[in-house]
Design a protein around this ligand. Sequence first.
Ligand SMILES: *[C@@H]1O[C@H](CO)[C@@H](O)[C@H](O)[C@H]1NC(C)=O
Ligand SMILES: *[C@@H]1O[C@H](CO)[C@@H](O)[C@H](O)[C@H]1NC(C)=O
Ligand SMILES: *[C@@H]1O[C@H](CO)[C@@H](O)[C@H](O)[C@H]1NC(C)=O
Ligand SMILES: *[C@@H]1O[C@H](CO)[C@@H](O)[C@H](O)[C@H]1NC(C)=O
Length: 475
Amino acid sequence: MALKMIHLAYLLIILCRNDGVEAIIGINWGRASAQRIVPSQVVDLLLQNGISAARIYSTQRDIIRAFRGSGIDLTVSSFNTLGLNSVDAAKNWVENKIVPYADTIRNIYVGNNAFSENKDAVFDSVMNIHNALSYFGLSEIKLNIPQPQIMLKENLTRPSDGEFRDEFKEVYDRLFRYLEENNTPLVMEMLPITFINEYNYDLSFGFADNKSTNVITDINGFVYTNVFEFLYDSFVWALKKAGAPNLKIVVGQVGWPTDGYPGANTYTAERFYKTLLPFVMSNKGTPMRPGAPIDIYVHCFQDENRMTYTTPYSRHWGIYRGNGEPKFKIDLSGQGRDIFPTRAKGIMRMPDRWCVFNGLNNNRLGAFEQFEKACNGSDCTGLATGGSCSHLDFVGKVSYAFNMYFQFRFQAENACEFKGMGQVVTTNPSNGSCLFRVDVVEGMQTQFAPSGCKLHEVPKCAILSFLLLTFTALL
Ligand SMILES: *[C@@H]1O[C@H](CO)[C@@H](O)[C@H](O)[C@H]1NC(C)=O
Ligand SMILES: *[C@@H]1O[C@H](CO)[C@@H](O)[C@H](O)[C@H]1NC(C)=O
Ligand SMILES: *[C@@H]1O[C@H](CO)[C@@H](O)[C@H](O)[C@H]1NC(C)=O
Ligand SMILES: *[C@@H]1O[C@H](CO)[C@@H](O)[C@H](O)[C@H]1NC(C)=O
């Protein structure tokens, strides 16, 4: 009996340790994909992997309901940043979207890099939501406006250069006071691979395994060998300069894509998490904040092949593919074990059928037209420079596009015509690292509308017309 009580006490300690003293690993889950796992299966997967916090990119009822009673801390998002600019609109919104799920929702995040839109109006909307939450007695639900790394001034050579952009000074003053008064952390969002490319660091700087060929020593003697600590401490410095040196920081988005970009693949993603997650769980903190627990949200749960993008990697941030298969080894508990995350159970795949280019005609221009049509109606980001299928020849690339289009339409017969150039095959046309996918059956997800993870991309990258780049040489 005594022994049982002790077990129970341990259990309670584990269950209650979410008190800000220990780091938390959460996960972001967007649904901008042609194939979507149903919410209850996702919640099961998160629980099996020991995930205690999740962020979704909507306030969709059926998704929130799937989290009810799960014990997972849920963050919902609103992108209607300017629509809640009146007291009544905000009250209505809170009453409809939040009040019924107040037992499940812990945080509300507003906007996607919201200050870049209309900073004052956004802040006023947030105040309206804040007042509406108080009105309904829901002040324990925390409101936040996530801040991406691009809000720091450019030309960052070391963390002590970190400073928020001048044009946002006033609104940041308001935000930081608000966060301090409400005991709420700043939410920062990181895109490590983008930072590395933008600043021409060696790829090794992306990983927290102390193997970087770039070693940066700051003015205070602190040494940085990875982009995570570098960017985190750049935010710490920026907060210090903005007069909010004690504000806690939650990393609301950090991850590594697996395709569509040089250096983005399953091996590098595995390496990225393999050292980052144990580092976070060690509560070691960063040079600027030693011993401070860092909560992070892994970005993200599954690939989103319908995400609008400016860089092709935007569709490849998932730990899971659209069909619930994990892409690489990752120990989401942060113990650094060499394990795959749990596989989704009960998901039905379509049969092993692929659509390929029959290659019979000599009409390259005609084939290219069909290729464009197929890509426009599906996802060809795997063909981008550095992508997993960028090595394919002309026939291979057209086949890849045809198959994507075919799978997006759940293998409908008429989705493999392409003016007589398409052909359904039953042998897997995958080529090395280039996978020709077969996805989940349509019934899995029709009733759940998409609402994708949002990324803050570097404007510099602009729209990459990589399709033309890859083909002009071949035509
Ligand atoms: C950043 O560096 C570039 C190139 O040296 C320079 O053109 C630009 O003005 C710098 N930007 C700022 C904000 O200092
Ligand atoms: C990182 O590597 C350097 C050089 O190899 C070494 O001096 C340092 O102790 C290492 N740091 C950690 C935390 O292992
Ligand atoms: C791409 O698809 C969209 C939506 O299906 C369509 O409106 C557009 O005309 C297409 N563009 C091209 C170049 O085919
Ligand atoms: C893989 O792709 C390359 C380039 O398209 C092609 O030459 C090769 O035959 C393909 N291999 C297989 C096994 O399909």
